[in-house]
Design a protein around this ligand. Structure first.
Ligand SMILES: [Zn+2]
Length: 311
């Protein structure tokens, strides 16, 4: 009994002297390691090259800082070519996507759903929920559900339908639910109805523009064959590999110059530097994920000059 009391007293003394200090040290270590944890970003596209166009530049920037980025194509791209198709094309596009990811240091996964036939089914929604949870995403990027291409539209719907569900433990029980909802973003687009894209976050990609072009250049079947063919410009693509890459940098979809209506969002975070920025990627914050404060936006996009550092 006496020994037990002594042990109890010693435990109290131990807690009051060493305990609080240890606790402070542990909290400090935990908060420092949380600060050093890499950000985890996952982007969805309908086809193997969609994510690259919308977020290849920011992905290269994240990767260069040691953050983790994954691109996921919901279809295997087996319809996007004028002379090839089926399994042969799917194989080619999968290897182009892997090469594109390798060139900027990110992961690239191509799912086996058929191109041109994507539907917003429960099965594909669950595939999306799994990918977001497995990646333990802080940020999720996807197209808006308004677009000329049904696969793009349904990719937007599928990711929209997965937001919130990623935190519901009773669904898709084979992968643990996320403890909190990620921030969900849309890529920029030019569609006006029912409402136009709103640029909430605009990032300069001038410093990685060549890396982005290098990434796009890996999708030979698309940027040098299929897409020029769809607009009757196949004969304008140079045959030489160096010349065609130069030609690619001049294509508006690849170049992504900043638009006048995006300037306010650019200036908000770059100050006067905004006037010198050429190539950008812009994003809209969706209403369905976590709503980040300005402070959190700056943490999730660690690319902007320090507040107050710009005039
Ligand atoms: Zn596409």
């Amino acid at each position: 009994m006496r020994n037990a009391r002594w042990r109890c007293l010693l435990a109290v003394v131990h807690y009051c002297t060493v305990g609080p200090m240890c606790l402070v040290a542990m909290l400090l270590v935990a908060s420092l390691s949380a600060q050093n944890e890499p950000l985890r970003v996952i982007a969805f596209g309908a086809h193997p090259d969609d994510c690259d166009l919308g977020a290849g530049g920011v992905a290269a920037k994240y990767a260069a800082l040691g953050h983790k980025v994954k691109f996921v194509s919901l279809t295997n791209g087996d319809a996007g070519h004028q002379t090839q198709g089926g399994e042969e094309l799917a194989k080619r596009r999968r290897s182009e996507a892997h090469e594109a990811g390798r060139r900027i240091g990110i992961e690239y996964e191509v799912l086996d759903n058929h191109d041109g036939q994507l539907m917003p089914t429960l099965e594909v929604r669950e595939q999306v929920i799994r990918k977001i949870r497995q990646w333990r995403a802080d940020v999720v990027i996807a197209p808006r559900p308004n677009d000329y291409h049904p696969d793009h539209r349904y990719t937007g719907v599928l990711v929209q339908d997965a937001s919130y569900m990623v935190i519901v433990p009773n669904l898709v029980k084979d992968v643990p639910a996320l403890p909190r909802n990620p921030v969900f973003l849309y890529y920029s687009d030019h569609f006006k109805r029912p409402q136009p894209f709103r640029a909430d976050i605009v990032v300069s990609i001038d410093d990685v523009f060549e890396k982005k072009i290098d990434m796009l250049d890996a999708h030979v079947s698309q940027f040098y064959e299929w897409l020029p063919w769809t607009v009757g410009k196949l004969d304008q693509v140079p045959k030489d590999v160096v010349e065609r890459k130069k030609w690619l940098t001049e294509q508006p979809n690849a170049a992504r110059k900043s638009l006048p209506e995006w300037h306010d969002a650019l200036e908000k975070r770059y100050g006067a530097q905004a006037f010198g920025i050429q190539h950008v990627e812009a994003f809209e914050i969706t209403e369905y994920g976590r709503q980040p404060s300005e402070e959190e936006i700056r943490k999730l996009f660690p690319f902007f000059p320090d507040k107050g550092a710009h005039p």
